[in-house]
Unconditional design. Structure first.
Lengths: 204, 204
DNA sequence: GTGTACCGGTACTGGACCGTATCGGTACAC
DNA sequence: GTGTACCGATACGGTCCAGTACCGGTACAC
């Protein structure tokens, strides 16, 4: 919506043809997300992003009307499902692999979620973008994982713990820095799955 | 440290005697914490706090040198242990009651933690105050609860899930708004304890 | 070659806010 | 009654930043 760079190079519509290549756009997005992780949403400035990517503020404002819209676009563009493709045929093993995968991006995404967590309460578009980029896809993938386990008969349908598995996984991920002063690494999460998640499901 | 208002009225030390009563001070603290919950740490202004408590900025700056020190003082003063006094003689019941208690202050404290979560990464004193006020006492109370259960033989010492119980409880508490769009109420938390926490511990 | 439209750079406006200074009023001590 | 010291109000200096305006340069179309 904010950029038409996704269509082919021959789509001459006599419309605005930005000279910003998709690669360049990605530099802007990476820069702003990184600065948000470091300084928090409020402290990020368009000037700072422009300086760190060696473009001018005008260039940013030509593509995106306001700072929140810019950040929202960056979030949408950063969307990717980390749990995608995990399907080992065993729910226990799926969850272990998910824990390992989560451990790898834990620091970056946790910081981003934390930094945006409050800004989101006063900007609808930002909130939607954040959910769509970092939250919903992972939840959906996790729930599919659980559904497959149920379909295979590993867990009884309607097992009361099922409802809480996503909250447990993401919850532990997010609060570990507060409790232990360090981000949840793969090792910590795998042990969590084996010590608490699987037993709660009556597995293993 | 920032206020000597705690000593008796007859402590005449020929030193600065602030005319700020403890009740008045509490108004300042309540106001700033409430504004942090609503607008986030960065957006809170000393002017706003002064206006909402009908004092002058000068009054605030006379008592506290800077905004972060003011906020830290407010946090320290708001310290109280929500899990205090829970000791039913049964770990399962202790945890249910803790869940109920947590549900009651969930919204307020979760918002505060979220709003301050990023500010603390760049201010040591603030970080310490936040931990001492909202995190450490609850963790300690929870761990005592678990230790009592172990001592009574309800859970085997060294049970692998023990280490993760605090993270589970606080994690679920904090991420529920992100996942379900609402704060974790007592009902949700009690069901969580029964569906996931107790089974993970091999209880019930 | 000429036009067009976007690029980066810079300067500017307008507003917000931190922290300080100043001032008149007032409660309390003696 | 007089002094003292804190109170609230207000104004101010300095800084920072969102968003706009303008400019010269340049790549690309034809």
């Amino acid at each position: 919506m904010t950029s038409q760079a996704a269509d082919g190079p021959e789509t001459v519509v006599a419309s605005r043809r930005s000279k910003i290549t998709p690669e360049r756009e990605r530099e802007f997005f990476d820069a702003v997300l990184e600065q948000i992780r470091e300084c928090g949403y409020d402290s990020v400035t368009m000037e700072g992003v422009a300086a760190s990517t060696r473009c001018s503020k005008s260039t940013l404002y030509r593509q995106w009307k306001t700072k929140p819209q810019f950040v929202a676009a960056a979030l949408r563009a950063s969307r990717r499902v980390r749990f995608a493709g995990i399907d080992t045929g065993s729910l226990a093993e799926d969850l272990r692999q998910a824990a390992r995968a989560a451990g790898d991006w834990s620091g970056k995404d946790t910081r981003l979620l934390q930094a945006l967590g409050h800004a989101v309460t006063s900007d609808q578009e930002l909130a939607r973008a954040l959910r769509e980029a970092l939250v919903d896809p992972e939840i959906a993938a996790l729930e599919e994982m659980l559904a497959r386990g149920v379909a295979r008969g590993e867990v009884r349908a309607g097992h009361p713990a099922l409802e809480y598995i996503p909250a447990m996984m993401f919850g532990v991920l997010r609060v570990r820095p507060v409790l232990n002063g360090q981000y949840a690494d793969a090792d910590y999460l795998v042990r969590f799955v084996e010590s608490a998640v699987l037993p709660a499901l009556g597995l293993r």
